[in-house]
Ligand binder design. Structure first.
Ligand code: NOJ
Length: 560
């Protein structure tokens, strides 16, 4: 296994809109991030992943980019961005940016040109198809509801948008477009950024036959995913991007990839394949989605979760590298999802989830507020929500006759706004995020859950994350050790063993709200035991072969 700085790092994701507002317009900004670098340094993270800060009309909060080479007014200026990068480096950290090149905003100058006529030089930067029998070219559904195609009067045909209609898909078949993207990437890398998180990067190559997708019972639109996820030329494009851009820099890359399997993940991240360092897969965060998709909430099982992690751990063991995440700006808060956000168990279960994830093999990602054990939110009305995916779904389903109360229940569990409520810095008005009117309301529990409290309490979730990060710096086994699942069928306990040379790391976590007795399997041999991290008191003389774990208890032992 080759060593690499990005394998030894912990990444912290900032969603700038919700992080810290320095000018009281209700929207987080870059100077606000700079104010908080000391906080991140204290936590101990190595790399910041910054969600998009580029100029954007904000149909999808910056994931609809109008100009890749300028900064959104609400967030600051290019000088602010340069200062941020300098300050991050001065603190001994790195910064990666979001690369959103499956689509642009419809207000990007390329699209403003392209839609004008068939002869326009930018026409082939996007994907155009004639209608079929007076309808859209295919039956594909967009991720944000409705058809994935929008009619354009000037050219009497349709453009593809896998997300909102203000996010037209770029045409990667066009070498000129690819060169523009590579030049833009180099422009940012030459300014000193340390890599990219690549938005839905496994969607960029489409099946050029554009077939209709299968239509599930009761559905109006078809599923186009088989024709754009991990499409025919995806590896070719990523290799080209590597050759033309990435190979010239010592940077890290992580590709967001809905629908990626472990086998494909091994191809994307294989060390000799010159594509990407890591991918974000969705298997574990799709666990609680039923056949009807993300809003069709279903119970999840720990055995399945363990099975998913274990498959990814093994598949990428020989060559490749895992990313490890519970949260990001699209996912509900993990303590509300796989833990327990009641007053009694919020802190212990947040710690248990942290240890279980960070001690797997891979690079851990922390999403802002996760280190405080921030929770999901239940706003009383749909009017309180801002996320385009949530709002479009609600509108469409209400029009189709769905019960609004049932929709709100699904929104409480799954809406992306659960992750996007402002960062809770202190117990003052608006959690210290802004003195203005926040763009999305603060979670009412900010009066007790906030960073100031966490920093004053040595037993807080914050310090538990800090310790996990520190352990990673001091124990190679956490980064490079092999992984083995223990007690695979146990419905409440997640136990695994990491091995490096003659060292072993044993991790045991209780996912249940009850005491559970655990017998260590015979195969785990050791002479000395050293407790590395725990979230309840542990008696120093305890015989670890047979232990009782309290609700949401977690422990990690170094064995020799
Ligand atoms: C994935 C991003 O994480 C999400 O926030 C965004 O809406 C879509 N890609 C489209 O860019």
């Amino acid at each position: 296994m080759n060593r690499a700085w990005w394998k030894e790092s912990v990444v912290y994701q900032i969603y700038p809109r919700s992080f810290n507002d320095s000018n009281d317009d209700g929207v987080g900004d870059i100077p606000g991030i700079i104010e908080k670098l000391g906080y991140l340094k204290k936590l101990g993270i190595d790399v910041i992943w910054l969600s998009p800060v580029y100029d954007s009309p904000n149909d999808d909060n910056g994931y609809d980019i109008r100009d890749y080479q300028s900064i959104m007014d609400e967030f600051g200026t290019m000088e602010d961005m340069e200062r941020l990068l300098d300050e991050v480096h001065r603190h001994g950290m790195k910064l990666i940016m979001d690369l959103v090149v499956n689509h642009t905003s419809d207000e990007h100058k390329w699209f403003v040109e392209a839609k004008q006529s068939e002869e326009n030089p930018y026409r082939d930067y996007y994907i155009w198809r004639p209608g079929k029998d007076g309808r859209e070219p295919t039956n594909w559904e967009a991720a944000f509801s409705g058809s994935a195609w929008e009619y354009n009067e000037a050219t009497d045909d349709y453009y593809l948008h896998l997300f909102s209609k203000k996010q037209p898909d770029l045409n990667w078949e066009n070498p000129k477009l690819r060169t523009e993207v590579y030049d833009m990437m180099k422009w940012w890398l030459d300014r000193g950024i340390d890599g990219f998180r690549m938005d839905v990067i496994n969607f960029i190559s489409k099946d050029q036959n554009y077939p209709d997708g299968e239509v599930d019972a009761g559905k109006r639109y078809g599923n186009g995913a088989p024709y754009f996820m991990n499409g025919p030329k995806i590896h070719e494009y990523l290799k080209e991007m590597h050759e033309q851009v990435l190979s010239g820099y010592d940077v890290m890359t992580v590709g967001e990839m809905p629908g990626v399997t472990p086998e494909q993940g091994a191809l994307y991240t294989g060390e000799d394949r010159d594509e990407l360092n890591m991918v974000f897969n969705f298997d574990h965060v799709d666990l609680d989605s039923g056949l009807g998709g993300k809003w069709d909430v279903k119970p999840w099982s720990l055995v399945e979760l363990k099975d998913i992690f274990t498959r990814w751990q093994h598949q990428l063991e020989e060559s490749g590298w895992n990313s490890l995440y519970w949260n990001n700006h699209d996912q509900p808060r993990i303590v509300s999802r796989f833990g327990n956000d009641s007053e009694e168990y919020r802190v212990v279960s947040a710690k248990m989830l942290a240890a279980t994830l960070h001690l797997l093999k891979g690079t851990p990602y922390i999403y802002q507020g996760e280190e405080l054990g921030m929770t999901n939110v239940k706003f009383p009305s749909i009017e309180d929500y801002r996320d385009i995916e949530t709002l479009n779904m609600y509108k469409e389903k209400v029009e189709q006759g769905a019960d609004p109360d049932e929709l709100m229940e699904a929104i409480y569990v799954k809406s992306r706004d659960n992750a996007r409520t402002p960062m809770q810095w202190n117990g003052s008005d608006n959690a210290g995020f802004t003195n203005g009117d926040p763009w999305l309301a603060v979670n009412p529990n900010y009066s007790s859950i906030h960073a100031k409290q966490a920093l004053e309490d040595t037993d807080s979730v914050f310090y538990f994350y800090q310790k996990l990060i520190e352990l990673r710096k001091n124990h190679d086994i956490i980064v490079y050790g092999d992984y083995q699942l223990l007690l695979g069928d146990h419905p409440k306990i997640y136990a695994y063993l990491r091995t490096l040379g003659d060292e072993k790391l044993l991790v045991v976590s209780n996912f249940a709200e009850e005491n559970i007795d655990v017998e260590l399997p015979q195969e785990v041999e050791y002479e000395t035991v050293n407790l590395l991290i725990n979230n309840y008191y542990v008696h120093p003389e305890e015989d670890i072969n047979s232990i009782t774990l309290q609700p949401y208890e977690t422990r990690a032992y170094l064995l020799k």
